[in-house]
Design a protein around this ligand. Structure first.
Ligand SMILES: NC(=O)c1ccc[n+]([C@@H]2O[C@H](COP(=O)([O-])OP(=O)(O)OC[C@H]3O[C@@H](n4cnc5c(N)ncnc54)[C@H](OP(=O)(O)O)[C@@H]3O)[C@@H](O)[C@H]2O)c1
Length: 336
C-alpha cells in the first residue's frame, strides 16, 4: 500500500538543522516523495546540505518563517509541512526574548496561515519538553507555538490537520549536554557539572524522527504525541562521557545551575495526564481540551496514562552501561 509521503510534496522548515537533516534522510530513503523543500535562512548550511544530499527531489528555499509572503509562496502545491524552524537555545532565548517571540511564536502562526491558504493536508509542529510548565523563555515561546498549532484545528475553517510532537533531549544535537561534555573534554580535558541529580529525557535522532512519523501517520488533528522515553541523571551522563572520551587526568568541576534550567523535565503535566492515552506502542497521546466526539472515540479503546505526570524523574532511568551503549551508537560521538 502506498504511504502518504509517496508522490507527495513536502516542506520542512528548519530542514538544515539536526532534526531536519535526519527527517530529510528518512523521508528520501524510506518513501518516494515527489519533492522535498527545505526552508531556512542560512545559505551556507543549505549549500553544505545540498552536497551531503545530492538528490534531485530536494529543493532549497532561502526564507525566514517570520516572512509570511515568502513562506506562502514556498508552500504552493505542498501536501505536508514539518515545522522544525526555531530558536532553541535556552540562554539565547533569555537574552533575545523578542527574537524568540518572532521566530517561535509569530513564525509558527505564519506557518499555520500559509498552510491553510495553500490547503496543506497536514502540519506537524516539533515541540519540546521545555514547553510543559515552562520555566525559561524558550519553553514559553514553544508552549505558545504548541497552543497556536493545536488550536488552529478549531480556530479556523480549513481541512488542514494540525498536530504536535514533544521531544526530549536529542543526544547528538547542539545545545544538548552530551556534545557539550564531548567538547569540554576535547578542549579542556574537563567536564563542568551543574547538579549530579538533575535528570533529562534522552532520545536518539532516529527515535525523534520515528515520533514525528507516528504523529504524522496517526493524528486526526489536535493531538500532542509524546514518546515514552527514558532519562538519566547528570552524574550518569558525566560518567558515561568520562568512560567514552575521558582519561585518568580528566577533571570534573562543578558550576551553578544556569538560569532557566529545571531540575527535572516534564513531558506530560499533571493537568494533561487526565487527557492522555497510552497507545501501548511506546507513545502517549495528549488530547486537547476541545476534543470532540471523533477524537474521543478514536482513543477511548486505549488506557489512560497511569502516572499523575510523566517526568524525567519518574520515567525509567538509564544506568551507566545502558547509556554508554546508547552513546556508542551515535556516530558523530564515535568520531568526535
Ligand atoms: N535538539 C533537541 O534536543 C530538541 C529537543 C526537542 C525539540 N526540539 C525542537 O526541534 C526543532 C529542531 O531542532 P534542531 O535541534 O534541529 O535545531 P537546529 O539544529 O538549531 O536547527 C534549527 C533550524 O531552524 C532554522 N531556522 C532558525 N530560525 C529560522 C527562521 N527564522 N526561519 C527559517 N528557518 C529558521 C535553522 O536554519 P537557519 O538558521 O539557517 O535559518 C535550522 O535549519 C526545534 O523546533 C526545537 O525546538 C529540539
Amino acid at each position: 500500500m502506498p504511504h502518504l509521503l509517496d508522490n507527495a510534496t513536502v516542506l520542512i522548515t528548519g530542514g538544515t538543522g539536526a532534526w531536519g537533516k535526519e527527517l530529510t534522510r528518512q523521508v528520501l530513503s524510506k518513501f518516494n516523495p515527489k519533492e522535498v523543500r527545505i526552508y531556512s535562512r542560512g545559505e551556507h548550511a543549505q549549500v553544505e546540505m545540498r552536497r551531503e544530499f545530492p538528490d534531485p527531489r530536494l529543493k532549497f528555499i532561502i526564507g525566514d518563517v517570520r516572512d509570511r509572503n515568502i513562506l506562502t509562496l514556498a508552500m504552493k502545491g505542498v501536501d505536508y509541512v514539518f515545522h522544525l524552524a526555531a530558536l532553541k537555545h535556552v540562554p539565547v532565548c533569555e537574552d533575545n526574548s523578542w527574537e524568540a517571540v518572532l521566530t517561535n511564536i509569530y513564525g509558527t502562526q505564519n506557518v499555520i496561515e500559509a498552510a491553510i491558504q495553500n490547503q496543506v493536508k497536514k502540519v506537524v509542529d516539533v515541540s519540546t519538553d521545555k514547553a510543559v510548565e515552562p520555566y525559561n523563555f524558550y519553553g514559553v515561546t514553544k508552549a505558545c507555538a504548541e497552543k497556536l498549532v493545536i488550536n488552529a484545528n478549531q480556530n479556523y475553517i480549513s481541512k488542514t490537520i494540525f498536530m504536535c510532537i514533544r521531544g526530549g533531549n536529542v543526544i547528538g544535537t547542539t545545545g544538548s549536554v552530551v556534545p557539550l561534555f564531548a567538547h569540554q573534554i576535547r578542549k579542556h580535558n574537563k567536564i563542568t557539572l551543574t547538579d549530579p541529580t538533575m535528570t533529562r529525557f534522552l532520545m536518539s535522532t532516529k527515535e525523534a524522527i520515528s515520533l514525528v512519523f507516528t504523529a504524522f501517520e496517526q493524528a486526526l488533528g489536535g493531538e500532542v504525541f509524546v514518546m515514552k522515553m527514558p532519562a538519566a541523571n547528570m552524574e550518569t551522563v558525566a560518567d558515561a562521557m568520562l568512560k567514552l572520551k575521558g582519561n585518568r587526568r580528566t577533571k570534573v568541576g562543578r558550576i551553578k545551575v544556569r538560569p532557566g534550567e529545571k531540575m527535572h523535565e516534564v513531558l506530560v503535566s499533571h493537568n494533561e495526564a487526565k487527557m492522555t492515552y497510552d497507545l501501548n506502542n511506546g507513545y502517549f497521546v495528549i488530547l486537547p481540551h476541545y476534543a470532540g466526539a471523533e477524537l474521543g472515540r478514536a482513543y477511548q479503546k486505549f488506557p489512560k496514562l497511569k502516572q499523575t505526570e510523566f517526568s524525567s524523574q519518574n520515567t525509567r532511568q538509564l544506568d551507566l552501561a545502558e547509556l554508554v551503549k546508547a552513546l556508542k551508537k551515535e556516530q558523530w560521538l564515535v568520531d568526535a
